[in-house]
Write a protein that binds this ligand. Sequence first.
Ligand code: SF4
Length: 88
Amino acid sequence: MTSPIADPPPLIDQAWSFARAVATFFADGCCIVSRSQYERRLQICDACPSRADWKCGACGCIIPLKARGQSMQCPLGKWPSETTGTVG
Ligand code: SF4
């Protein structure tokens, strides 16, 4: 699905969001979700109007990476973090 980001967050906010996501991922032991959890997250993002190609328009994160981390969560609450992942 290709659509422009209507009103993406400022670059500084995207950078801060990315830094927090990476820090959270490492603090969580670099755990990743199962394949089924990953695909479910991607399906939700595919249908989300905030999605712009591979990027989340709400936080600026790269969706295929964000959806992989167990500790990650959708900034709009469309999918939660998980606790059943494995070390990646
Ligand atoms: S992470 Fe959430 S807000 Fe971002 S594209 Fe996916 S569902 Fe939409």
